[in-house]
Ligand binder design. Structure first.
Ligand code: PEP
Ligand code: MG
Length: 599
């Protein structure tokens, strides 16, 4: 029987497929087996001889190779030969002498087996990363991945990732898990919790994957369906249909429902095709006022999609995603290659804004072993990591200085989570120290670095006039600005009514930031999710924002929305939005303008 669940729309698109439940509930048999294995592991660990440890490492490497071969075969069957090739190559890496013999050598020197594998993988990855060939260097991440898989097998902690193209169902999905799901295996995301601006959803949107959030009762319904159908004790496969535009979820949809969802998908594809027809027209209002449209990306692999959507540059490269899906931080050289790839792809006329790593909040990086915090969104996040040590951000800045020189472009950099004048001074100090280091080592170094900050903490918005005099540009992060102004955790589905960045209190704050920027003559961009929302785009440009940065999939929609309004109308829209008292009335007021798109 079909169960219908209401949710909030979070990323457009329709997906129909099997449920992949995160975290997966173990079957009763697996629970008993895990208990037995962990007891054995504890008993044996202390007493393993060197020969037994070597055998355990060898066995884990072969199991990793078998898993990767099976994964490659499945992906191949699904018709994705290129992706399958990556898994098959990784299967060979798992038992290759560069990794396995080296790990065994380290074990024989007395090293812990998990550490031995991780160190050998890092050494092999660094050798690959140092090769001045992008294709070979890109394999460095793959070998680290293989090392991580062997390590997990040795620790008895197999990560349950989907084994077939599936729709992830979870309360919330850590961005590190979303990033780790093999390409093509994530068809959609349905969260009981979360919000449009949770990072797992931002990642899904960046990949063009439909998502819904706040689907109350979803987990219970999925578990009940699995229990009802699972005769042999293992959960039975459940089909789910997700409409990320209307915010609708169907469990075990009927053939008729599937037909309805498929025709909605066709209609959406038609609208998407129409909006894409405007791609050769630059971002501008109906009467020709230019608006710069740039892309948000999380990896060099996102660059082609952004260029195809005619992004005029990158307004936000979330570099913290480079730290996910691996077991050790990317080295300076690996980062330099990643930045150089993006800078080269966009060239000298399409600026790329590289944001220093925004680690913390919901973007934890397990291997960095940062102290646990009671309130991570209010904790040592992003630029505040430099209060403890300069190393992480300085490595990034050294890599960016070099990448700019090698790509022959001026890199743009910005710091997230700036709150005070001292934070800006810290950013400038780190930037200059990194440049002096690079120059003193006679490494290639860009001439200059255009330096900006994210305005996403209310304190920075209040100090906009002072901060604007210190830097080259502002980029407003409406996701965090809304969360901090409203005191509403951006991932908490129970607070969705407080999370709409079109709320006049957020808009009035943005208006004062624009005013501060204007007083110093610096440009203002918006890179939070509001910029990719057509209603948000109209208000923001009305308020005087110069540049909108959104995921590649949203650029066509905002280009189309801007093309149906005049500058005078945008002035009117922003004046009325500022005079409103809630987000709902702002959306209602803008609806007739957006209706022109379907007229
Ligand atoms: C924001 O806060 O609006 C932003 C763009 O940064 P992030 O979503 O990565 O926190
Ligand atoms: Mg932010």
């Amino acid at each position: 029987m079909t169960t219908r669940i209401d949710a909030s729309a979070a990323a457009p698109g329709i997906a129909i497929g099997p449920v992949w439940r995160y975290p997966r509930r173990p079957t009763p048999h697996e629970t008993a087996e895990r208990g037995r294995k962990s007891a054995t592991r504890k008993a044996v660990q202390a007493e393993l001889t060197e020969a037994e440890t070597v055998a355990a490492v060898t066995d884990a490497a072969h199991r990793a190779a078998d898993q990767l071969t099976a994964l490659g075969d499945r992906v191949h069957e699904a018709g994705r030969a290129d992706d399958a090739g990556i898994f098959h190559a990784q299967a060979m890496m798992a038992t290759d002498t560069a990794l396995l013999d080296e790990a065994i050598r380290r074990v024989r020197e007395g090293m812990d087996p998990v550490e031995a594998v991780a160190e050998s993988a890092t050494a092999a990855a660094e050798m690959l990363a140092a090769v001045d060939d992008e294709l070979i260097a890109a394999r460095a991440a793959d070998i680290r991945d293989v090392g991580a898989r062997i390590g997990r097998i040795l620790r008895g902690e197999e990560l349950d990732l989907p084994e077939h193209p599936s729709i992830a169902v979870a309360d919330d999905l850590p961005p590190s898990v979303t990033a780790e799901i093999p390409a093509g295996f994530l068809l959609g995301v349905a969260l009981a919790g979360g919000s449009r601006t949770a990072h797992a959803v931002i990642l899904a949107r960046g990949l063009g994957i439909p998502a819904v959030v706040g689907a109350a009762g979803l987990l219970e319904a999925v578990d009940t369906a699995a229990d009802a159908a699972g005769a042999d004790g293992s959960p039975a496969p459940i089909t789910i249909a997700v409409d990320g535009l209307r915010g609708e979820v169907l469990l075990e949809p009927s053939d008729r429902d599937i037909g309805t969802f498929r025709s909605r998908a066709d209609a959406l594809a038609e609208r998407t095709r129409k909006a894409a027809a405007l791609r050769d027209r630059p971002g501008a209002t109906a009467d020709g006022e230019r608006v710069v449209l740039v892309a948000n990306i999380g990896s060099p692999d996102d660059a082609p999609r952004a260029l195809e959507a005619r992004a005029e540059g990158v307004g936000l490269f979330r570099t913290e995603f480079l730290y996910m899906k691996r077991q050790t931080p990317p080295t300076e050289h690996e980062q330099m290659l990643a930045y150089r790839r993006v800078l080269t792809a966009f060239g000298p006329d399409r600026p790329v804004v590289i944001r220093l790593a925004d680690i913390g909040g919901d973007k934890g990086i397990p291997y960095l072993d940062l102290p646990a915090e009671a309130n991570p969104f209010l904790g040592v996040r992003a630029i505040r990591l430099a209060y403890r040590s300069h190393d992480l951000l300085r490595t990034q800045l050294r890599a960016i200085w070099q990448a700019g020189a090698l790509a022959k472009v001026t890199p743009h950099v910005m710091a997230p989570m700036v709150a005070t004048v001292s934070d800006v001074k810290l950013l400038q100090q780190l930037r200059d120290e990194a440049r002096d280091d690079v120059r003193s080592q006679k490494l290639p170094c860009a001439e200059k670095m255009v330096t900006g900050i994210m305005v996403e903490i209310p304190s920075a918005a209040i100090l906009a006039t002072e901060l604007a005099r210190m830097i080259d540009f502002f980029s407003i992060g409406t996701n965090d600005l809304t969360q901090y102004l409203m005191a509403a955790d951006r991932g908490n589905a129970a607070l969705s009514s407080l999370q709409d960045a079109l709320h006049p209190s957020v808009l009035r704050t943005i208006a004062s930031v624009v005013h501060g920027a204007d007083s110093a003559g610096i440009p203002v961009a918006v890179c939070g999710e509001l910029a990719g929302d057509p209603a948000g785009a109209l208000v923001l440009v009305g308020l005087g924002v110069d540049e909108l940065s959104a995921d590649a999939g949203s650029l066509d929609g905002i280009r189309a929305a801007l093309a149906v309004v005049t500058r005078a109308e945008l002035d009117d829209i922003s004046t009325r939005a500022l005079a409103s008292v809630d987000a709902e009335s702002v959306r209602l007021m803008i609806a007739p303008y957006l209706a022109r798109l379907t007229d």
